[in-house]
Design a binder for this molecule. Structure first.
Ligand SMILES: C[S@@+](CC[C@H](N)C(=O)[O-])C[C@H]1O[C@@H](n2cnc3c(N)ncnc32)[C@H](O)[C@@H]1O
Length: 212
């Protein structure tokens, strides 16, 4: 990252809602747990903003990790909103639960520990999801996308994390499994006439998808 990019990153952070003590402590504990997996505070603030703008009450989060994104979404949901939070790793999910409780949003979150595919396939077909944030194992994002799209209400929003893979989606000779999966998903979403979509360059890129 060059100096201008780093300075702009700090500028963006200084112009969004600041993290409170709960988010700050969670970031510190997360950094000590698995430094490379967590979302940034800027991305968390963006998730809060999207949740507020859309007024989402039925939300699904795929890939909880230690709970930063879920906490930002849950705080921004109305009191009767419900977030179905899916995470395969019980140790990380336990950290998330502690911070959700401390923030007073645990009553809004239904945590399921196990493979996300199992939980999504078990959801009723007529479910009316308003907003879904998919940020888990990239090779399965296509499956999560399809299962959630079937359950979104028209006008509902899906946000897919990490759509650029650090620029490796551009490198045709890169055949890493996650990069190939994301590249194929980007093409499939772009060609999908059930949705409007665009990739925007926040973090590692994110695809915003609106069901028609
Ligand atoms: C990039 S991290 C998510 C970061 C998170 N959104 C946050 O707020 O910081 C990806 C997460 O997906 C989880 N994951 C990977 N495979 C999964 C699966 N099959 N089902 C559910 N969760 C999975 C990982 O354990 C990890 O916690």
């Amino acid at each position: 990252m060059d100096a201008m990019q780093a300075a702009l990153g700090r500028y963006l952070l200084s112009h969004c809602e600041s993290p409170d003590d709960v988010l700050r402590d969670l970031a510190v504990e997360t950094e000590a747990t698995a430094p490379d997996l967590h979302i940034t505070h800027y991305e968390g603030a963006l998730l809060s903003m999207i949740t507020r703008i859309t007024g989402a009450r039925r939300v699904v989060g795929v890939g909880v990790f230690t709970g930063y994104s879920s906490l930002c979404i849950a705080r921004a949901m109305p009191e009767d909103g419900r977030l179905l939070a899916l995470e395969i790793n019980a140790e990380w999910a336990a950290i998330a639960e502690r911070y959700w409780k401390r923030a007073g949003v645990d009553h809004k979150i239904d945590l399921r520990v196990g493979p996300a595919a199992d939980a999504l396939l078990a959801l009723p077909e007529d479910d009316e999801v308003d907003f879904a944030f998919i940020d888990a194992d990239k090779v399965n994002h296509r499956l999560y996308y399809e299962e959630l799209l079937r359950r979104m209400r028209p006008g509902g929003l899906i946000l897919l994390a990490d759509s650029l893979r650090g620029g490796r989606v551009l490198k045709d000779d890169c055949d890493a499994e996650d990069v190939v999966a994301v590249r194929e998903l980007n093409e499939a979403v772009h060609a999908d006439d059930r949705v409007d979509s665009l990739i925007f360059p926040s973090g590692d890129g994110a695809t915003m998808v609106r069901k028609r």
